[in-house]
Each structure stands twice: as structure tokens, then as C-alpha cells.
Design a protein around this ligand. Structure first.
Ligand code: ZN
Ligand code: ZN
Length: 357
């Protein structure tokens, strides 16, 4: 048996590094030694007690206590039985990751193949069924979706496969074509992934918007053809200037700022497509007439990264992304609080990763 070091959530702002029993893989499961785990903005929102996770008057709590956080990870297979090895095509020693949601495979959506909308919605790090990766070891349950990723990548870079798969799914939702002018709002980890994914579709322009010049410089290295600092100019006017007054075909929202929603509705041309990926801290009020009468827009949501994990792994393995500058911090597990604070501050970091062991 033995014990291991793990971060344990006892509720909002009650996370602690503890010695807990090392997990054991059951039949059809795999025991994984965690090599790296990224800290997501959602981890921070959960830590601070956001209603989406812990409930409020209008919704029940989704997150559970006594859970190890962490859903963006890679690790090595330590033990695996034949059933699991055959199912996933992996062996002891392989570097692997698992999609963040472990579907129930039995609900309305799972039965239709729409597993990323699974009703119980067990995502690693938020539910007792799926303890996360802020630990030395974790178990991949039999219901998990497992992918291999190159061991040649630094572990913290490989762990970016989770946010990148999410960003690529948002890009897929937009159905980008060669002639499109694409605008990406926000150049954090998701926005940079959107820029890279949009650029891979070869549209006519990929325009990145942010308020920080160093993030815009990274967006350029991810494939943006134009970058605009929204604190220095009127982004809507700047995009119109580039497009003969028409505006953008596609707007990918990855910032979570209410003002970015209004900006998107204004920057899009008629018949444009708006894709929303973010989790918001507050309500957004807009004139919906822009969506209907003025422009007849397609407004689409995006959640998780279904069917995009192999593409995300390939993109990382290609070395096309400036990962050494996207992963700004690698910290030991014991510094998880510092990591959360860095993500919360948002100016000193892009992606923060914890390295257990
Ligand atoms: Zn995440
Ligand atoms: Zn389900």
C-alpha cells in the first residue's frame, strides 16, 4: 500500500498538502505516476468557491470535498492489466494522459456518443469518483478515455494537451474556411491554443486581442497574423479597417470578460460566427437585436475538447508552439498555493504547472 503526497480539497480555500494512501488500480484500470499537472483557471475558481462549483440558490453543488484537484496532466503507466492495456493500447512505462471527463457511458448523452456532455459529469479533480493529478499517483478508471503522448516532450509541456484540446474544439465549432477573418479574444492558455488552432485552418487572417503586449507577442508566435492591444486602440475599428469595413467572420471568445462579449458582437460582420468558450464571473447584458435583426449571427458554445486530443498531442509533438514561454512556471507540489496565486494574479504567468515527486 504505502502513502503519497497529494493536495486535498476540503472545500473552498481549504486545500492542504497531505500524506494520503497511495491509490491501487482495480480490474481494467491503470495506476499512473504523475509527471506534471497544470493549474487551470477553473481550479482557481473552484478554490475560491465559485457558484458553478459549490452551488448557490439556483443550482446544487457540483464539486465534492475530500478530492485531489488537477485535470490537466501527463504521467507514466506503473501498473495495468491486460484488459486496460488492450482497451487503451498502452503499456507499462508509456507516457499517457486521460481526457478530463470520465464519462458514465450510460446517460442520455453518453448513449448518443455526446460523452463530453455526460450528465453526472465526473471530471478529474472535482468529484470523488475521479481523484485528480495533484498527487504522486492517480488511477485511470476503466471508463476513462486515454491517449499516449510523446515522452520526448518536457512533462509540463505535454500536460498542455488538455487546455489545447479545449481550444481546438472551440476552433472546430467555428467551421473556419480559407477566406475567413478570425478574431481571438484573450491570449491566455486557451486563447493562445485558439490562435494556433485557427492558424492551422489557414484562414486569411488570425487577429489576436489582449491587453498585455507579452501575451500578444506569444500569440504572434502561435500563428496570429495581426495582434491588437485593446488598451491602446479601438479593436472593433481596427478590425473593420483591415476588412474593408465588414468586420470578422469568426470570433473566438476565450477571455471570460463581459466586455469581450459585446466586443465580439460588434466586431463580427453580418452572418458571422461567435464561439464562446469561457466561464464568466458575472452576467453579461447585450442587445440581442445584434444577433437577430442586425447581423443574423451564429452563436455557439464550446465545452471540453471532444475528439481533439490526438490533434492537440500532434501539435505539441510538432514543436510548433512556443511551449517554453507558454509554461511560465514549474513548481513542486508543495508550492501549490503559490501556483494558485500565480494563476490568480494572471500577469506574471501564462500556464503554471506542478511537478509532483
Ligand atoms: Zn483546464
Ligand atoms: Zn454519461
Amino acid at each position: 500500500m504505502g502513502t503519497m503526497q497529494a493536495v486535498v480539497s476540503h472545500g473552498p480555500e481549504k486545500y492542504a498538502l497531505e500524506s494520503v494512501p497511495k491509490p491501487v488500480a482495480g480490474p481494467g484500470e491503470a495506476l499512473i505516476q504523475v509527471e506534471a499537472v497544470g493549474i487551470c483557471a477553473s481550479d482557481l475558481k473552484c478554490y475560491h468557491g465559485a457558484a458553478k462549483f459549490w452551488g448557490d440558490d439556483s443550482r446544487p453543488a457540483w464539486a465534492e470535498t475530500e478530492v485531489i484537484p488537477g485535470h490537466e496532466f501527463v504521467g507514466r503507466v506503473v501498473t495495468i492489466d491486460e484488459v486496460a492495456a488492450d482497451r487503451w493500447g498502452v503499456a507499462v512505462g508509456d507516457r499517457v494522459t486521460s481526457e478530463q471527463i470520465v464519462p458514465c457511458w450510460n446517460c442520455h448523452f453518453c448513449k448518443r456518443g455526446q460523452y463530453w456532455m455526460c450528465v453526472p459529469h465526473d471530471i478529474y479533480g472535482f468529484k470523488r469518483r475521479t481523484p485528480g493529478a495533484m498527487a504522486e499517483f492517480m488511477v485511470f478508471p476503466a471508463d476513462a478515455l486515454v491517449h499516449r503522448i510523446s515522452a520526448d516532450l518536457p512533462a509540463a509541456h505535454a500536460a498542455f494537451v488538455e487546455p489545447l484540446s479545449c481550444a481546438l474544439h472551440a476552433v472546430e465549432r467555428a467551421r473556419i474556411t480559407f477566406g475567413d477573418v478570425v478574431v481571438v479574444a484573450g491570449c491566455g492558455p486557451i486563447g493562445l491554443g485558439m490562435v494556433a488552432g485557427a492558424a492551422a485552418k489557414s484562414p486569411s487572417m488570425v487577429i489576436a486581442l489582449d491587453s498585455a503586449d507579452h501575451k500578444l507577442a506569444l500569440a504572434k508566435r502561435c500563428g496570429a497574423t495581426h495582434t491588437f492591444n485593446i488598451t491602446e486602440l479601438d479593436a472593433v475599428a481596427a478590425v473593420r479597417d483591415l476588412t474593408g469595413g465588414l468586420g470578422a467572420d469568426v470570433y473566438l471568445e476565450g477571455s471570460g470578460h463581459p466586455s469581450a462579449v459585446i466586443q465580439g458582437l460588434n466586431v463580427l460582420r453580418k452572418l458571422g460566427t461567435f464561439v464562446e468558450y469561457s466561464v464568466f464571473g458575472s452576467d453579461v447584458t447585450v442587445d440581442w437585436t445584434i444577433i437577430s435583426d442586425d447581423k443574423e449571427l451564429d452563436v455557439l458554445g464550446a465545452h471540453l475538447g471532444p475528439h481533439c486530443w490526438p490533434a492537440a498531442a500532434r501539435m505539441l509533438e510538432s514543436g510548433r508552439l512556443p511551449m517554453a514561454d507558454i509554461v511560465t512556471h514549474e513548481l513542486p507540489l508543495a508550492d501549490f498555493q503559490k501556483g494558485l496565486d500565480l494563476v490568480g494574479d494572471g500577469t506574471a504567468s501564462i500556464k503554471v504547472a506542478l511537478i509532483p515527486g
